[in-house]
Design a protein around this ligand. Structure first.
Ligand code: AMP
Length: 527
């Protein structure tokens, strides 16, 4: 982000030009003896965490890292992850937050785009040999001076990077804090440069919306490098409030439920699939105790109405719908919204300073209550991807609005309801169909647990509609006619009826855990 762009927002409350590392110092000063982090390996209080990150920050400087250097950080949710992350924030070294699900293709593109000087990895995680990947990258890129491993096998051991001596530099709040990865529906992720100042501002607004307090225990269930568990309000929002962050290493439903039970978790963030998967587990096992939960945040992908109903009926807490983009823009429901409101929308914008428009394909505003593409410009939405001139031409308009590609409508209460991606729209013989509409109805069927609808190329129609369906365990597959009759009974227009149906046991997912529709389409077309 450019300084000039950020200066426009200096009048905002909670807008501060200081680094995230400095923020941590303040939080540690306020809550020194409270538990900041709980991980498999142990616990750290705020003052211990602050001290650990200071030591690691000095160690990184001694190793030769300098303010402005880029480093690929790819770690599971273990204690070394936040310690390393905050150490890098404290010296203005810019981590590229790779997910542990990223592999050679994605990591290669991150290094080649940024000239990263170091790559920080676990030794092995979930059976994958990260050291081998890191060594391979090192043989390809001269820029990559250090392979740093949380374990053995690298140039340097992460646990050896610490020092009691040395001054830490002052970090400008308007400098780049980290490079996050864009969700996208496929392919190589684009890099999202967020500054210290805008990221903290974004977090403060999420934390206020979710009413985070010192009593909150937040579970990092999704990969901690993702924007959702990092900032919405996530790790940062919990630390600001003086709460406790619990790290869930493998992100499996049983581990999530175990940790909620063991540590009295009050808030966590899940994608819809994960939230639904947990239900079948805790319904069948009395050991799990979810009574401490006050807020279950669900976001990152479409939550169908029937799925929202299921979650609201089964979890003993409020559902908190979150629509978020790592690029910035966010909507979140209010803690005291009624269930009917929560079910019907993804909430209101988290701040007043963001300009949000809903436009048609010509860029003109649509009337209230009608669907269009959401575009926005504001204090914490980026004005361009990192080193991506081509993508920037298509993702931002001339006035600097970010074109989300998401389809939504705004009601008179300033609440937003998402309806999938603009680009996902299927064009069948000139008729436009939003897959999300068909998916939502399919999920209402009592035998169906999840559905993904894609447009398949067709000589006659241009595209035909293919519905891919996952059935509930033990449920019998619907015959084609039964399915069409069901959709008709739900009122679906005849031109929106699936031309083809596929039964599946799982969908291909992107690294961000969204249904990879491009891959799904390819699978069907290659059959
Ligand atoms: P990411 O940057 O990975 O968080 O992905 C952002 C994208 O995920 C958005 O542009 C939407 O397409 C999608 N998304 C996020 N939250 C929701 C939601 N609650 N409902 C529907 N789509 C969502």
């Amino acid at each position: 982000m450019y300084k000039k762009y950020l200066e426009k927002y200096e009048h905002l409350k909670d807008w501060e030009r200081i680094g995230i590392g400095e923020q941590l110092r303040r939080w540690a000063g306020k809550y020194p003896d409270k538990t900041a982090f709980i991980a498999e390996s142990g616990e750290l209080t705020y003052s211990e965490f602050d001290a650990e990150t200071d030591k690691a920050a000095r160690g990184f400087l001694q190793l030769g890292l300098k303010t402005g250097d880029k480093v690929v950080l790819q770690m599971p949710n273990v204690m070394a992850y936040p310690v390393t992350l905050f150490a890098l924030y404290k010296i203005g070294v810019i981590p590229i937050l790779a997910l542990y699900a990223h592999r050679e293709k994605e990591v290669r593109s991150m290094i080649s785009l940024t000239g990263a000087v170091a790559y920080i990895v676990p030794e092995k995680f979930q059976g994958y040999d990260f050291v081998a990947l890191a060594k391979k990258m090192q043989s390809e890129f001269d820029s990559l001076k250090y392979v740093i491993v949380d374990g053995d096998g690298g140039d340097v051991k992460l646990s050896d990077i610490k020092s009691e001596e040395g001054e830490l530099p002052e970090v400008d709040g308007y400098s780049n804090a980290h490079l996050l990865l864009s969700g996208g529906s496929t392919g190589i992720p684009k890099l999202i440069p967020r500054t210290h100042t805008d990221y903290i501002y974004n977090m403060v607004k999420c934390a206020e919306r979710c009413r985070m307090t010192e009593d909150d225990v937040y579970l990092v269930a999704l990969s901690g490098e993702h924007n959702f568990p990092l900032c919405c309000p996530g790790i940062l929002g919990t630390l600001r409030a003086g709460g406790t962050v619990v790290l869930c290493k493998n992100s499996s439903p049983d581990e999530i439920l175990d940790l909620i039970t063991e540590y009295g978790v009050t808030v966590t963030a899940l994608v819809p699939t994960m939230a639904l998967m947990c239900i079948s587990l805790f319904e069948n096992d009395d050991y799990y105790d979810l009574s401490s939960l006050r807020l279950l945040q669900v976001g990152g992908a479409m939550l169908q109405d029937a799925q929202a109903d299921e979650i609201m009926a089964k979890y003993p807490c409020k559902l908190n719908q979150v629509y978020g983009t790592t690029e910035g823009l966010m909507f979140i429901t209010e803690v005291d919204d009624t269930d009917d409101v929560i079910k019907s929308c993804q909430g209101r914008p988290i701040d007043d300073a963001t300009e949000i428009r809903i436009v048609d394909e010509n860029g003109n505003d649509v009337p209230e209550g009608e669907y269009g593409e959401v575009i926005c410009r504001g204090p914490f939405t980026i004005d361009g991807y990192f080193e991506a001139p081509e993508a920037n031409k298509t993702s931002f308009n001339e006035e600097g609005f970010y074109l989300t590609g998401d389809k939504a409508m705004r009601d008179k209460e300033n609440r937003y309801r998402l309806a999938g991606r603009v680009k996902e729209q299927i064009n069948r013989a000139g008729e436009k169909i939003m897959p999300s509409e068909v998916e939502e109805l399919l999920c209402k069927n009592e035998r169906i647990i999840d559905a993904a609808v894609v447009g398949i190329d067709d000589d006659m129609l241009g595209q035909k509609i293919c519905a891919c369906i996952i059935y509930k365990e033990g449920a019998a597959e619907l015959k084609y006619k039964e399915l069409i009759d069901f959709l008709s009974s739900e009122g679906l227009g005849s031109y929106k009826m699936p031309d083809e149906v596929r039964m599946m046991t799982e969908f291909p997912l992107t690294n961000m855990n969204k249904v990879n529709k491009v891959e799904l389409k390819k699978m069907i077309e290659n059959e």
